[in-house]
Design a protein around this ligand. Structure first.
Ligand SMILES: [Zn+2]
Length: 57
């Protein structure tokens, strides 16, 4: 399972609604809207040197 960087949900890569490659890593999303948010502002969800780290509110 991979973590959706936008909402923090665990996503099965095989069943994800979408994916994007950012900084050499592939991110998977639970929905198209999460994917669209990430695409607009990827740096908001991914810190440059900690690909695993998820920003929490
Ligand atoms: Zn999501």
């Amino acid at each position: 399972m991979e973590k959706d960087p936008v909402c923090g949900m665990l996503v099965d890569p095989q069943r994800s609604a979408g994916s994007l490659i950012q900084g050499g890593k592939t991110y998977y999303f639970c929905s198209q809207s999460c994917r669209a948010k990430f695409e607009k502002e990827p740096t908001r969800y991914v810190s440059k040197d900690a690909g695993e780290k998820i920003e929490k509110k």
